[in-house]
Design a protein around this ligand. Sequence first.
Ligand code: NAD
Length: 298
Amino acid sequence: MSIKLDGKKLSLEIEKRLNEYISINKKIAKRAPGLAVIRIGEDPASGVYVNNKEKACLRVGIKSFIFHLKDNVEQKEVEKLIDKLNFDEDIDGMLLQLPIPKKFDEQKLISHINSNKDVDGLNEINIGKLVKNETAMRSCTPAGIINLLRSQNITIKGKKIVVIGRSLLVGKPLSLMLLNLNGTVTMTHSKTLNLNKVCKEADILIAAAGKPNLVDSTFVKEGAVVIDVGIHRLKSSDKNKSRLCGDVLLEDVIPKVFAYTPVPGGVGPMTVTMLLVNTIFSWQKQFGLSSALNDLMP
Ligand code: NAD
């Protein structure tokens, strides 16, 4: 029988550790870790994500600061806010909730965030350090996937790993992290020829294409590990209902695999957990606290 890599369960276990770590170390730091979230505009999905992050912070004892800006705000004003938060001593981590309205220069705003507070691990300094395999803030979804694999002692070293997708958010940083951990990594994308043949070579196959049910059993080697990053809301035949699915056609793939992630409850919860971990890392660095959580950082 194949193993379900339960991201929800693992994220609760990690949250318990984070909560204990904060309770012990708050006495030394004399304040809780702080996370600032900047949201611009009214994208409803962003509203849900920001709420989830706020609740997760509350569960582990991180103080969250939410800045919800109207979409008629100017780029310069957002930069000013980021500058202010960069110098705010109560803030250890900061993120810009994406997507933001198109009129903004997203990369410029992300670059404005001090790299020590860049808990999404998306600015040039942190990406550069990842390329050089130096310790730095790592982007959350890829870091969550590495922790999910480790939780079931799934070896990365020497394995053939195929990543579908080359985005800056998921595919690229994930491929680099796996490479740094000595996997033999093939990065694929929308222009890759014979995608299913390439994928069928993989000991570990990771789908981050953003295409519902792209990966069926013809993509998967017997006994492989399949990680599904995609998340899509599909309308069901009953118009008032919808259901979530990923990039992997799970019912077709599960009988063949050694392990898989469900959607929902796989990669998603781990992404939020790694945001908490990154915020606490920044706090740890600031106050020279114990390195008891270092095993969580890929
Ligand atoms: P993106 O659109 O920025 O990138 C998609 C990548 O997939 C591109 O590099 C593209 O070349 C490739 N691609 C597209 N169609 C393909 C195809 N048919 N065959 C092969 N490659 C193809 O998306 P993203 O931000 O990387 O996100 C990917 C998916 O992961 C989305 O469904 C997103 O919602 C989801 N996601 C989930 C989490 C989470 O926490 N669970 C976090 C981030 C993203």
